[in-house]
Design a protein around this ligand. Structure first.
Ligand SMILES: [Zn+2]
Length: 71
């Protein structure tokens, strides 16, 4: 059974025009394709559960979801 570590994402301020912010495995650096699960922790914070297909490592990322402001 793989241990699940908690990783606090700090990439929220990095602009990405495609909105595609897939993490890589901290153990084998393989690219994550799709999150196993997602959950809203608070109103603007969402967490994703990732499991590496290559080494089986599981980890959680947290992301702040900023609402789009029209000004
Ligand atoms: Zn891995």
């Amino acid at each position: 059974m793989a241990a699940v570590a908690e990783v606090l994402s700090t990439v929220a301020s990095r602009p990405d025009p495609r909105g595609c912010d897939l993490p890589t495995c901290p153990v084998c650096a393989d690219s994550m394709v799709a999150a196993e699960a997602s959950a809203y922790l608070q109103d603007s914070i969402i967490s994703y559960l990732w499991t590496c297909d290559t080494c089986g490592y599981g980890f959680v990322t947290k992301h702040s979801v900023k609402r789009f402001a029209c000004n």
